[in-house]
Design a binder for this molecule. Structure first.
Ligand SMILES: C[S@@+](CC[C@H](N)C(=O)[O-])C[C@H]1O[C@@H](n2cnc3c(N)ncnc32)[C@H](O)[C@@H]1O
Length: 255
C-alpha cells in the first residue's frame, strides 16, 4: 500500500519536497567529522539525502534501500553517474546487509514503518559497534491544520493512525539500545501559493494516501471542495496559506 503510493509519486516528488529537503540537510549537519567506508540509507526515495551524502562523502559506497520498487528504479536511473550507489528494494523493518555498517542514515521515511520499535531494533542490528545512526523524522504535529479541518468536515473519515510524537520516537530509539548523542526538535510553517496548491503539493509528495493525512475512505468531491475553501479561509497569511511541519533529528550511537 505505502510502496504503491510512493511509486506513483516518484516522478513528481522532488518538485514539492521542501520540508523533506530541510530535514535531509539537518541530518547531514548533525554528523560528526568522519569518513565511513560504507553507508546504509533507509527510505532513500528520490535521493534527496543521498545527493547530500555524495557531496559530503564523495566516492563512499552507499546502499540506498527503499520499499517502493518504482522509486528505486527511478533513482537508479537518475543516479546512473554514481556507480558507488547501490539501489535496493527492501523494508527498513526487516532488511539486513551482509556486514554491519559504520554509518546508517534516514530522513523523512521511518515514520511510515508499521512498527517503529522493531524497525529501530533492525537498524541497531545493521550498525557496527561504535557506529552512528543519523535520523530525521516527521512527527505528529505535521499538517495539523489539515487534520483539524478534515476532522470537522468528515469526522467519520478521520485518519486511523497518527505519526509518532517526539517522546515516543525517543523512547523507541532508547528501547532498541541506541545511545542518544544529540537531538533537535523543530516546528516550521511552510508557505504555499493557495490551498489548492498546498493540497496538490502534499499529494505529489505521496503523503495524502497514507497515515499522515488520509482517512479510511476518500473525501467526496463536495467535501474536498469545502476543505479547499475552509483551508484558504482559516490558514491564509500574506502571500498564501501555511502548513505546519513538526520534525526531529537524532544523532545516535551503538555502544
Ligand atoms: C517522503 S519519502 C523521503 C525520501 C528521502 N529520504 C528524502 O529525504 O527525500 C519517504 C520514502 O520512504 C520510503 N519508505 C516508507 N516506508 C519504508 C520502509 N518501511 N522501508 C524502506 N523505505 C520506506 C517510501 O517508499 C518513500 O520513498
Amino acid at each position: 500500500m505505502i510502496s504503491k503510493r510512493f511509486s506513483a509519486a516518484a516522478e513528481t516528488y522532488d518538485r514539492h519536497a521542501r520540508p523533506q529537503l530541510a530535514l535531509a540537510q539537518s541530518v547531514i549537519s548533525m554528523l560528526p567529522e568522519m569518513y565511513p567506508e560504507q553507508i546504509l540509507e533507509l527510505g532513500a526515495g528520490t535521493g534527496q539525502l543521498t545527493r547530500l551524502l555524495t557531496d559530503r562523502f564523495p566516492e563512499v559506497l552507499i546502499d540506498a534501500v527503499d520499499l517502493a520498487e518504482k522509486m528505486v528504479m527511478h533513482s537508479r536511473a537518475r543516479f546512473h553517474r554514481f556507480p558507488h550507489i547501490s539501489w535496493i528494494v527492501g523494508d527498513a523493518q526487516t532488511w539486513r546487509g551482509t556486514d554491519p555498517y559504520p554509518l546508517i542514515v534516514s530522513s523523512a521515511a521511518l515514520h511510515w514503518t508499521a512498527d517503529l520499535k522493531a524497525t529501530f531494533e533492525n537498524i541497531y542490528a545493521n550498525l557496527e559497534p561504535g557506529g552512528i545512526f543519523a535520523l530525521g523524522m516527521m512527527l505528529k504535529g505535521t499538517l495539523r491544520e489539515l487534520h483539524d479541518l478534515r476532522r470537522e468536515i468528515a469526522p467519520a473519515k478521520a485518519p486511523q493512525n497518527t505519526l509518532p510524537t517526539f517522546e515516543e520516537t525517543k523512547a523507541c530509539l532508547q528501547a532498541a539500545g541506541f545511545k542518544l548523542e544529540r537531538r533537535k526538535h523543530s516546528e516550521e510553517e511552510i508557505l504555499y501559493d493557495n490551498a489548492s496548491a498546498f493540497l496538490k503539493a502534499i499529494h505529489e509528495q505521496g503523503v495524502t494516501g497514507g497515515k499522515v493525512s488520509a482517512g479510511n475512505a476518500p473525501l467526496t468531491r463536495t467535501e474536498l471542495g469545502q476543505l479547499v475553501a475552509d483551508y484558504q479561509e482559516n490558514y491564509s497569511v500574506d502571500g498564501g496559506v501555511f502548513a505546519t511541519y513538526e520534525t526531529a533529528t537524532f544523532l545516535l550511537t551503538k555502544a
